[in-house]
Design a protein around this ligand. Structure first.
Ligand code: FES
Length: 147
């Protein structure tokens, strides 16, 4: 069986209904939806050749101010594209993926790396009132006077 995706070198970030996804460049948007949901998109009622219109989306491109309608089996994905509306068939197929994804820009989408354990010199003893460390001799004298 041949690979369904066109060869790609990098992953691009897109937004679908307010959720952020990483998908392979140089592929149609519908193929990218398949990348996100390989268990449902191949079983959707899609012709994959621009006839059925079941893959219709509304989308805003990074350099556009307004959204435009397009068919996702034809249009190649672009970094930063924002899909604002899905056809009912796409909605049905992507329902689980969209439900599971965190909202765009949330901290859950890009978890912060864990802070590394501090590795450094052991904490120094507190300084004396004059800013100097107490010498061992003075400490010994002070402890002998207490007795
Ligand atoms: S899948 Fe049929 S028009 Fe796009």
């Amino acid at each position: 069986m041949s690979e369904p995706f066109r060869p790609f070198e990098r992953i691009v970030r897109i937004t679908v209904l307010g959720k952020t996804f990483d998908v392979p460049e140089k592929n149609s948007l519908l193929r990218c939806f398949q990348y996100l949901s390989p268990e449902t998109i191949p079983y959707g009622r899609f012709c994959w050749n621009q006839e059925c219109q079941y893959c219709r989306v509304e989308c805003r491109l990074p350099d556009d101010d307004t959204s435009r309608e397009m068919i996702s089996c034809k249009f190649l994905v672009m970094e930063g594209m924002d899909v604002t509306r899905l056809s009912p068939e796409l909605k049905r197929c992507l329902r689980a993926v969209l439900k599971a994804a965190p909202p765009a820009g949330s901290s859950a989408a890009k978890p912060a790396p864990a802070a590394p354990a501090k590795a450094g010199p052991a904490p120094s003893p507190p300084a004396a009132a004059n800013g100097r460390k107490p010498s061992r001799a003075k400490s010994a004298i002070a402890s002998s006077r207490k007795k």
